[in-house]
Design a protein around this ligand. Structure first.
Ligand SMILES: [Zn+2]
Length: 93
């Protein structure tokens, strides 16, 4: 009986102390100000990885050259045209 009452009173006292402490802490923070909390910007999200499909498409377009003889698109890495056999102009001479 007495022990239970003491426990309840103890809990109420702890609760009251905690509420008072949090209220005073809130007042203190409001008056003093927290210098680094509101002005701190959120870190930028990490850049999304490059789209592999788009990258591959761009590389494919850049690596394709049109043959001057027959107009066929052949990869620039090829030595000569795959259709007419005309030697391709090398971009890096
Ligand atoms: Zn050709």
């Amino acid at each position: 009986m007495g022990l239970l009452l003491k426990i309840i009173l103890f809990g109420v006292a702890v609760y009251a102390v905690w509420k008072t402490f949090s209220r005073w802490k809130g007042l203190f923070d409001r008056f003093v100000g927290k210098p680094d909390e509101p002005a701190r910007p959120a870190p930028p999200p990490p850049a999304p990885p490059a789209d592999p499909v788009a990258t591959r498409r761009t590389v494919a377009i850049e690596d394709t050259v049109q043959c001057a003889g027959c107009g066929a698109y052949v990869p620039s890495s090829a030595e000569k045209c795959v259709q007419c056999g005309r030697p391709l102009p090398r971009p890096q001479s």
